[in-house]
Every structure is written in C-alpha cells, then in structure tokens.
Ligand binder design. Structure first.
Ligand SMILES: Cc1ncc(COP(=O)(O)O)c(C=O)c1O
Length: 394
C-alpha cells in the first residue's frame, strides 16, 4: 500500500451509510429503492424547456455565472423569503450555494474549529455529522425522545451546552424522524442560543413539506436572526436534487465569511442551475409543480403508513409531521441496523437506510423514503410483506 500522509480531517470522517447502501444494492438489478432521499419524480419539464430556449438566445449560460444572473436570482429569493418568513432580507444577506449542503459546509467551516462542540440532534441528517468531523469539531449528541414522537429533549439540550459549544445544528422538519418543532420548542431553543451566544445552523431543506402540523421557523423570531445561518435547498421542492443549488441567508458579516469558504471550493453553483431556479421561482408553473409534488408526498405518506400498520409485528413507527421519511423501529430481529438493511436488500430486494447513520439513537431503526408515487411504495411493501411472512412476522 502506498504510504499517503492524509490529514486527520479526511481520515476521521465517517462514511455516510446512504452511499454505502446504494452501492451495496447495485449488485442486484431488480431492487426497489426507499433509500436515497431524492424525489423520484422528474424535474418539471418547463424548467428544461426554458433553459433550452435561453441557451439559444444567451451564449454565456455555459460560462461562470455573472453578477447579473446572481442578482436576478437573489431578488427572487428575497421575494420568496418575504412570502415564507414575513420579512425582507437585504441582498447582501443571501448567498448562492452548491445545494443546501454547500451552505451547510461553509457555515460549519466559518464557525467550528478543532475540538469546538456542535450540538447534533440524534438522529438527524448523517451528512451534518460527516461535515462536523471534516471541520474537526466534536459532535455532541442530544438524543431525540422516541416515545414522544422524536421530540427534542430541551432539558438535555440545555445541559449539553458547555463553554466549548459554538453551534447548534437543527433540521426542521427533521430527516429522518419527520419531527416538526412547535412554536414553544423553537422559542426555547432561541432562548438557549441567545443566552449562550451560539450560532444556529438551520437546515430547512424540507420547509415546504409539512402535513397536519404547521412549521414555525426560528426565522420568525427577529431577535434570533443575527445568530442564524439558514441553509436552504431547491433540491426537494422542485425535484432538482441533481442540479445542485441552494442558498444561505444570514447576517451579512457571516455571509462574507461563508463566501470565503464556498468560493474557494466551488466558485459558485452552475449558471445553468441558477437559470433553472430563476424559472422555477418566477414562473407560476413552479409553484404549481411544488404543490403537486406535495400532494403526491401526502398520498405516499398515507400509503406507506397504511402498509406499515399492517405489519405491527415487524415495525413500530411514528407518523412523520414533515419531510418524506418514515423512521421505523424493526422488532424481533436481533441485529444492528446495517445488518438489517442489508438483509432487506438481499432477501426482499428493497433498499432502506440503516438508522445508526443518523446517530447512535437511530440504532435498531431503518429510514424509508416515500418520495415516490404510491405504486412504488406498494411494490416495496409487497416484497416486505413476503419477507415478514418468511420470518413469521406477518
Ligand atoms: C436535511 C437535509 N439537508 C440537506 C440535504 C442536502 O440537500 P442538497 O441536495 O440541497 O444539497 C438533504 C438531502 O437529502 C437533507 O435531507
């Protein structure tokens, strides 16, 4: 073996179980995926059509982005923020990023140094964890309370803050548990953030997707805004996971530091993706498409819950209030979640994600994405039913 001298940063970073499972399943042709959290619908066709038209009239769209295009998109984001969060940010407070993930990484790089502590709600999105390790910060796991529908343990949160705590990273609605915070919980978190002068990195990739419960964003609290880095994604709401574009909203001083990181690893998101999002945000068909996706996710949520309800010996779960995941506890199988997820791939030909990738409290669970039409959900569950039958769990 060649003796490379890698940094600790890259040696210590855990691999995301999501990629592992997708690769593990690739040896089979006939697998049904409830794995990766990508809407299995195509990007709305008018977005491609408009982009193609634009390519005919503007030969620069294959080049690095221009200030003009960035400004046009940022102006639309300002309007979108006004609509969603009821305030008007300045253009200097918006920064365009390579997906939500680009903003999250740049924000962590801007605030976290070696051994700084980052509060990580457990379980949540595994890529946050990997990013914390890349900054050489230390994740402090604050477990969500499963028996209360994966609520945040506010007492534990308060007790977990130390002089080394720099950041709380919050995903609302949460991936994988679908937890949506109440206004009261958000206010309590805000109190803690302000009391200890922390930064709240707020991942609202699924902000558009709540069901019966309404989202109360921490951004609704003006006194908190100087301490927030909002990381938003266009991936989910417009079925654009492959276009790799999102944005950050934060105080302009924070934005300038985020720019110092993001510019030097990515320069900017792709110009073509900026144009695609300009179309999605400015054309009424964008909003319509998003509403249609939402209706589909709502139907799929109903379908997956009905199928799970028929398998009480195999799984227990809480109905998610937001996002498009079920975080199910598997019963009567004494193995870790990687082994169980691999077993489901090998024997049922269904891809799910091991719960432990989201943090230690996720052990004993699997994440199932229902970002697909109901036909795929039924196809997956017909297979899972047969699996349950084989083990006498039906
Ligand atoms: C909570 C959360 N944040 C961020 C991302 C990444 O989003 P993007 O595709 O915009 O980078 C995902 C993707 O699944 C996610 O679930």
């Amino acid at each position: 073996m060649t003796n490379y001298n890698f940094t600790h940063r890259v040696q210590d970073v855990p691999n995301s179980g999501i990629g592992f499972m997708m690769r593990y399943a690739s040896k089979y042709d006939d697998v049904v995926s409830l794995g990766q959290g990508t809407p299995l619908f195509p990007t709305p066709s008018f977005i491609y059509d408009e982009l193609y038209k634009k390519s005919k009239s503007d030969p620069t769209i294959g080049q690095y982005s221009s200030a003009k295009i960035e400004k046009e998109l940022k102006n639309l984001i300002v309007k979108n923020i006004e609509k969603k969060y009821n305030f008007t940010p300045d253009l200097s407070e918006i920064y365009l990023t390579v997906g939500g993930i680009g903003g999250l990484f740049a924000a962590l790089m801007a605030f976290v140094e070696k051994d700084d502590e980052v509060i990580y709600f457990d379980p949540s999105y595994p890529l946050h964890l990997s990013q914390i390790y890349l900054t050489q910060g230390k994740p402090v796991f604050v477990s969500l309370i499963e028996k209360k529908g994966w609520q945040i343990d506010l007492e534990k949160l308060e007790k977990s803050i130390t002089p080394k705590t720099k950041v709380i990273i919050l995903t609302n609605p949460n991936n994988p548990t679908g937890t949506v915070l109440s206004e009261q919980e958000v206010k309590k978190i805000a109190e803690i953030v302000l009391k200890h002068n922390l930064i709240l990195i707020l991942d609202e990739a699924y902000e558009f997707l709540t069901y019966e419960k309404k989202l109360f964003s921490p951004l609704k609290l003006p006194e908190l805004r100087n301490n927030i880095v909002l990381c938003k994604s266009f991936s989910k709401e417009f079925a654009m996971t492959g276009w790799r574009i999102g944005y950050v909203y934060s105080h302009k001083e924070i934005v300038s530091k985020i720019s110092n990181v993001h510019t030097y690893f990515a320069i900017s998101p792709a110009t073509t993706s900026m144009i695609a999002v300009i179309t999605a945000l400015s054309d009424p068909r964008g909003d319509k498409a998003m509403q249609e996706f939402k209706e589909k996710f709502t139907e799929s949520r109903k379908a997956i819950c009905e199928r799970l309800d028929k398998l009480p010996k195999l799984f227990s779960y809480h109905k998610p209030d937001g996002a498009y995941y079920i975080f199910a506890k598997y019963l009567n199988f004494k193995m870790d979640s990687f082994e169980f997820a691999k077993k489901l791939i090998d024997e049922a030909k269904v891809i799910t994600i091991p719960g432990s990738t989201g943090g230690p409290s996720g052990e004993g669970h699997i994440r199932m994405s229902f970002a697909a039409d109901t036909k795929l959900i039924h196809q997956a569950f017909d297979r899972i039913d047969r699996f349950a039958q084989k083990y006498g769990q039906k």
